[in-house]
Design a protein around this ligand. Structure first.
Ligand code: PBG
Length: 323
């Protein structure tokens, strides 16, 4: 038997054979749709820098929740945008029992109990200065912030959130939140931690949407340096030890190597956030006719191929509909 050269094209000859041997399959049930909710009624406000994404009031949010459920998505993740006058130094509105996220969760869970509802836990949308924590003399205080985040987490769980997702990048917050949830009878509520969250320019459109741009400085004192991968693994391991159930890498496309390493080296359930700027860059090119729509599916598939179990995507609905 002589040596034969690879004839890879034999397995690419028809759609049927390509389907048969395809390695990476992404399905709608792994996709989580981010939704932005604000006070008011019948509001559906387009976000300029994110084509196809809206800020809605709770009534409209419920319609989007029904849609997400009917399309078979994995779930939704909620971001609250409080009224401008409700913002203060500490972000008090973030743990108000009748806060915007708390009301949104109750409405979604009473209308569509089967829909998985994840809540983003952070202070940046609620603080007057737009930072993710308490500010003292220009510094973001760590442990004080963790205590507030724990209150936010418990208030979300009390409203009925299925998963709590802290995105602030304070040290030790997963443990503090875990203790607070356990002490409030939410032992069974999982934490999906934004473990390796980089200080990224790709969050720009989100900050437009959530009105959460810091009024001074940047987030490099708590979010990670984009060049660091070993550090991501340390962060992920620390979060798992503190009780995280799902660990997240964010952004996704620019950090596929990190997703792969986290998956291989921990084996934990891994989420990846295909963030606003990654979405909007592709959308802008699609709108100009410079890219075909299938670019979005390709991007999401690559995130799955890298090892993500859960993908947060603004394209989740379109993907589920076959685009
Ligand atoms: C809140 C938060 C941000 C995102 C998710 N949670 C913004 C930030 O850290 O500035 C970004 C999501 C996106 O860009 O799609 N801390």
């Amino acid at each position: 038997m002589g040596h034969r050269e690879l004839r890879g094209r034999r397995l690419r000859g028809s759609p049927a054979i390509r389907r048969l041997i395809g390695e990476t399959r992404l399905s709608a049930e792994r996709l989580v749709l981010p939704l932005f909710v604000e006070p008011g009624d019948r509001i559906r406000q387009p976000i300029r820098s994110m084509p196809g994404v809206f800020r809605t009031s709770v009534d409209e949010l419920v319609r989007d929740g029904v849609g997400a459920h009917e399309l078979g998505l994995g779930g939704v993740i909620l971001f609250g945008i409080p009224a401008a006058q409700a913002k203060d130094e500490q972000g008090t509105e973030a743990w108000a029992d009748d806060g915007i996220v708390q009301r949104a969760v109750r409405a979604l869970k009473s209308e569509i109990p089967e829909l998985l509802v994840i809540t983003d836990v952070c202070l940046c949308e609620y603080t007057s200065h737009g930072h993710c924590g308490v500010v003292h003399e220009g510094q973001i205080l760590n442990d004080e912030t963790c205590r507030l985040l724990a209150r936010v987490a418990v208030s979300h769980a009390s409203a009925g959130a299925d998963i709590i997702a802290p995105s602030d990048m304070m040290d030790l917050r997963v443990g503090v939140i875990r203790d607070a949830l356990d002490a409030s009878a939410f032992v069974q509520t999982p934490i999906m931690s934004y473990s390796a969250k980089y200080a990224s320019a790709f969050y720009g459109p989100f900050r437009d949407a959530a009105l959460s741009t810091p009024s001074f400085g940047d987030r490099a004192g708590y979010q990670m340096d984009p060049g660091n991968a070993e550090e991501a693994l340390r962060e992920v391991r620390a979060d798992l030890e503190e009780g995280a159930d799902i660990v997240m890498v964010k952004p996704a496309l620019a950090y596929l190597d990190v997703i792969r390493r986290v998956k291989e080296e921990t084996g934990a359930p891994v989420a990846a956030y295909h963030v606003s700027g990654e979405y909007s860059a592709i959308m802008a090119a699609i709108e100009r006719g410079w890219l075909e729509e299938s670019a979005m599916r390709e991007a999401l598939t690559s995130i799955r191929r890298a090892g993500a179990d859960v993908i947060i995507s603004y394209w989740a609905r379109e993907f589920a509909r076959g685009s």
